[in-house]
Write a protein that binds this ligand. Structure first.
Ligand code: CO
Length: 157
């Protein structure tokens, strides 16, 4: 396994639409292993392949219990609404006010190509939506209401 460099929002890779994964081979497994190590090292909740410069539809989401590997993911269902602080490893040091569904269910393939479903509320739902947006080249900064101020961030902690 190896750490990969996390790109910041100035890099064009973060603004492109990613291609589906078609080969569930050792290259994909290496990417997933490297992304897992990079996510753990960064202390983030989720990581999308374009953030490490790979334009494929692959994301990781840390649910707190496990790190889900979502290959070719799509949103199956969402409900409710939440508004809150959202950050991104590719936009270091900043947080924005972003509206997301309160609940989200996704369908994805695992590293062997088997389809499965995963669901979550609050932070996990927010993370599913945020990471899936990355695969279409969308950063939260494009859909946020505004950046949070230092004072607001301090009061959230
Ligand atoms: Co992000």
């Amino acid at each position: 396994m190896a750490l990969r460099k996390i790109l910041t929002d100035a890099e064009s890779a973060l603004h492109k639409t990613c291609k589906p994964v078609v080969s569930f081979d050792s290259r994909l497994h290496t990417l997933l292993d490297d992304m897992r190590e990079t996510l753990i090292e960064s202390g983030g909740v989720g990581l999308a392949a374009p953030q490490v410069g790979i334009l494929r539809r692959v994301v990781l989401v840390d649910t707190g219990d496990e790190i889900l590997e979502l290959v070719n993911p799509s949103l199956l269902e969402t409900s409710g609404e939440q508004e809150g602080a959202e950050g991104c490893l590719s936009v270091p040091g900043k947080y924005g006010l972003v509206k997301r569904p309160y609940y989200a269910k996704v369908r994805a393939q695992d590293r062997e190509g088997n389809w499965y479903e995963a669901e979550g509320e609050e932070l996990i739902a927010r993370c599913f939506c945020h990471e899936l947006d990355h695969l279409d080249g969308i950063l939260y900064t494009e859909i946020m209401e505004r950046y949070l101020t230092e004072e607001e961030l301090a009061s959230e902690e």
